[in-house]
Design a binder for this molecule. Structure first.
Ligand SMILES: [Zn+2]
Length: 187
């Protein structure tokens, strides 16, 4: 039990913001930070709106996506889910982990619930996004999951992973959206 608690405590690294919400971690594989870094890399493809996501199965990134302005539903998580379906079909979700640079919005978390994605891991919180000037629907991913509990029982919902990096990514994006005038702007 001690080891398990220490492992869970270490998931968020030095951030201290990691939340284990209300679902207990199963024998979670190592490497949440590793795969979050892959989501960050995906997010860097859209510097002004760096919402990146990857889907991992059996320790391998099998799908990825970044927010685009092409469609109101083209959030990173939605694009990654579409990519998964294109590559592997609409199956295998229970064993999948979706890593996303920011807490899923209600649309994306609902898609995770409809798919039945087993584990969802994010970096920056909805409140953290709001602090960088991004409009957000004020409904936590955990609340969407809770409201879906009649059919959706994720093994893990975990926020704050690599949040130092994802928070910096979104602050940088805010600077870019402002025109880059505040290179060392407030944080
Ligand atoms: Zn979304």
């Amino acid at each position: 039990m001690l080891n398990r608690r220490r492992f869970l405590g270490a998931v968020g690294g030095s951030v201290g913001a990691a939340q284990l919400l209300p679902y207990a971690a199963s024998a979670a594989p190592l490497g949440h930070e590793h795969f979050m870094a892959a989501a960050v890399e995906e997010g860097r493809r859209n510097e002004r709106y760096p919402f990146g996501a990857v889907i991992v199965r059996s320790g391998t990134v099998v799908a990825r996506g970044v927010a685009s302005g092409d469609n109101p539903t083209s959030h990173g998580e939605m694009v990654a889910i579409d990519d998964h379906v294109d590559r592997l079909g609409n199956q295998g979700w229970a064993d999948a982990t979706l890593y996303t640079t920011a807490e899923p919005c209600p649309m994306c978390m609902s898609a995770c619930a409809w798919a039945g994605i087993g584990q969802v891991v994010w970096g920056t919180s909805i409140e953290g996004l709001r602090r960088t000037g991004l409009d957000q629907i004020d409904l936590a991913a955990t609340a969407v999951a809770e409201a879906s509990k009649s059919f959706y029982t994720p093994k893990l919902l975990l926020g704050g992973v690599l949040a130092d990096e994802t928070d910096a990514l979104f602050r940088r994006a805010q600077d870019l959206r402002r025109g880059g005038a505040e290179e060392n702007g407030e944080d």
